[in-house]
Structure formats: C-alpha cells, structure tokens
Ligand binder design. Structure first.
Ligand code: AMP
Length: 401
C-alpha cells in the first residue's frame, strides 16, 4: 500500500452511480466516471483518466455489477484497484435525520440506522445504501465512511429549524428543517475565505448552490444560520424538477380536487415541477436557448427561478445584518453568467455592483465578479463535493482509530 491516501468517492442514485478516485491531500483526481442506466438492458460505464476515456456498453444488472465493471476498466488500463491501495471509500448519503451530524464509519449498525431513516428520504437514502452494500461486498477490507448531506446544518438555530406546526407532532416525527447540500455549502464557504485570505470566523456569507438541485444558505462566522431546504430537499428555491416553496395547501387541494394520492403528489412536486414543470425542460443550457428563442413558457420558468432566488437573497441579507460575500456555485451558478447578472441586477442600493466583464469571464478557479468598490464581494467558487467527502472520510477514519 502506498503512503498517500487515495479515496474512492461514491454517489449512488437509483439507476446511476458517480464515482471519483481522489487524493485528499493534493486534491489530485486520479480518475472519475459514471455508471448509467443500471437495471436496463443497455447500461453504460465510463472511466475517465486524464484525457483518456474508456467505456463499457451492455447490461448492468445492479450497482455491484456496475462497480465490478468499473474495476475491470481500471484493470484493462493496467491498474488493479483491489491491490493498489484505496485507503477508504467515502459515500454521500442524503439524509442523516436527527441522529447523524458527523461523517460516520460504516458498520452493520449504521446500515440499519440509515434504513430506519428511509421514511424521511424515501427517494434518496435507499439508493445511497445500494452503493454502500455493493462496495462492502467488492472491497470488504477497505473501510467505508458515510458523509451526510444534512450534517453541516445540524446546528441551525432552533427558531430557524422549527416549522410553525403542532409541536408535539413535530417532535414525535422529527419534523424540522434539516437542510441539504451541506458538504457543498461548507466547502464553498471555507474555500471562499481561503481565496479572499480572510478569517472564516469573521465573514458573513450567502452561498447559492445552483445545480439541478438548488439551495441557498446564510453562514455567519463559519456556522450556518439559515438554509433554504427543509425536512426534505423539496423546500426553497426553484429547481430542475422540484417545485421548491409551495403553499402546503396545494397538497391537500391536489388530493381533494385532482384525486391524486400522496405518492402521485410526491412525483408531481419532486419530478414534474420546477423548471421542467413550468416549461418541459430542466437542463439550464437548453432552457436558456428556449428563452433566447422567445419561448413564453421558458421565459416564465426563468423569471420564476430568478424571482425566488432574489427573494431568498433579500431574506438572508436581513438575517445576516451585514453581508460580506455572495457566492455562486454548482452547474448553473458556476457556468451561467446571465443567471448571475439577472440575480444581482439593480441591487446597487444594497451595496452589490457586478462587473460585467469579470462576470462574463470563464474559469474553473474561484473568482470575484463584483467591482472593486462593491460593498458586498460577489464571487464564483466552484464546488467540489467529492474532494470534501474524501477529506472528511479520512478524518473520520483517523478519529476512529
Ligand atoms: P449540477 O447539478 O451542479 O451538475 O448542475 C446541473 C445544471 O447545470 C444543469 O441545469 C446544466 O444545464 C447546468 N450547467 C452545467 N454546465 C453548464 C454550462 N456550461 N452552462 C450553463 N449551464 C450549465
């Protein structure tokens, strides 16, 4: 085994599995890829090493078969992953519920505890477990660590986490706001402080994670004080296929007036809403093209998206009292200059002034997009959830020893 830590990071979905092999100290990505269309007759496994891309197309019966194929592709490329020394496998698990707020080393009792949380995250936790169980069978000697998406927000102030509903019912069923994308919000806010050479403990930040899922957070002195997602990742911003905030009365109305049952409504709000629900398209690149072509439904979807985002920024500026940074991250936040410009438009009276040229520049590095005299520093800081999971996995194992 080499002295350098190498962590395999897995993010398992229902029919897909993203993976990355990364050295946590240097941030060097040795390989990454995806297993797609698991369970279908024609699945796909991709391995990317530097500029080299190899793939397998064919039936992938389950997650374990997909991971075995990944190992085969490595071995065809001259690397035996089983003997080369993976220090740890880091797994993303969406919901840690009330109990888990730290990266946790996997054992049988953790697997049972994650199963117990299934009601809180029926769409996510069971499929995350498929990745854990597959790798435990394939690499039984290598320790696995779970990093929960909710963990970072565990310490949200009580009045922020509480819903204004029957308190007894809420306590009995652990109904509170948990927050998600925690790994990303923590990584990006820490990276922002490093990049600005500022003390994280003195900064008031708003982080906007805008990907297919989207969430905002307010972070004061390195601690989250607000976030837009709630009991589940459905609350808050408009997302690719999720509605974000909605009057809970709509749920009852859909049941009574449209005759939908609770599972139908779950599908409507999680998969047939958001940008896709409004205009049929959830990929932002395609959406922008439709907006440019004058499509009225796409234009409405875009405007609803931007309006919701600005509403949250306004609320978080008041929550923070003084805002030092507003940080854009994830697929849309990192790549879409129009979204950033429209979100920040007309806010000069709030001390926010965007530099058009800086905003238009493309880069994979953290960068400032506000003017030098803007009171609030607006930045783009690429997220790296895999690296954060790899680092936290190694830390958890060291603490455990
Ligand atoms: P994520 O969930 O972070 O992978 O982000 C996915 C979203 O980012 C999708 O809506 C993509 O269309 C969008 N996205 C990714 N790359 C770009 C790009 N180069 N320009 C605009 N949008 C992008």
């Amino acid at each position: 085994m080499s002295d350098i830590d190498t962590v395999l990071v897995l993010n398992a979905g229902s029919s897909s599995l993203k993976y990355q092999l990364v050295q946590p100290d240097s941030a060097l990505v040795m390989a990454h890829g995806i297993v797609e269309r698991i369970g279908e007759s024609e699945g796909r496994v991709e391995l990317v090493r530097g500029d080299d891309v190899t793939e397998f197309i064919g039936e992938i019966v389950d997650h374990q078969a997909g991971l075995s194929k990944v190992f085969e592709l490595f071995s065809d490329a001259g690397h035996d992953l089983e003997s080369e020394g993976i220090t740890a496998v880091g797994h993303r698990v969406v919901h840690g519920g009330p109990r888990f707020h730290r990266p946790t080393v996997v054992d049988d009792s953790l697997i049972e505890a994650i199963k117990d949380l299934e009601d809180l995250a029926p769409l996510h936790n069971p499929v995350n477990l498929l990745g854990i169980e597959a790798i435990r069978r394939l690499l039984p000697e290598v320790p696995s660590v779970v990093v929960f998406d909710t963990a970072y927000f565990h310490g949200l102030p009580e009045h922020v986490a509480a819903y204004a509903i029957d308190r007894e019912l809420a306590l009995e069923h652990h109904i509170r706001r948990y927050g998600f994308h925690g790994t990303s919000h923590e990584y990006v806010s820490t990276r922002t402080a490093e990049f600005l050479e500022a003390d994280l403990g003195t900064l008031n930040q708003i982080v906007l994670h805008l990907g297919n899922g989207a969430s905002a957070s307010a972070i004061s002195g390195g601690r989250p004080v607000e976030t837009s997602m709630g009991l589940t990742p459905l609350e808050g911003l408009v997302m690719g296929t999720r509605s974000g905030d909605i009057d809970a009365g709509v749920v009852m109305y859909l049941k009574r007036a449209a005759g939908l049952d609770v599972d139908d409504i779950d599908v409507v709000l999680n998969r047939r809403s958001g940008l896709k629900g409004l205009c049929g398209e959830n990929d932002f690149r395609a959406l922008i093209q439709m907006v440019d072509d004058g499509d009225p439904a796409a234009t409405l979807a875009y405007n609803v998206y931007i309006h919701r985002l600005r509403k949250y920024i306004g609320a978080y500026m008041v929550t923070l009292g003084r805002t030092d940074t507003i940080v854009f991250t994830a697929g849309v936040g990192e790549n879409n200059a129009k979204v950033r410009a429209d979100t920040m438009a007309g806010l000069e009276n709030f001390g926010i002034v965007i530099d058009t040229e800086r905003n238009a520049a493309r880069s994979r590095e953290p960068r400032i997009i506000s003017t030098d005299d803007s009171a609030v520093t607006v930045l783009v800081v690429p997220t790296n959830e895999e690296l954060a999971i790899a680092r936290q996995s190694v830390e958890a194992l060291n603490d455990d020893r």
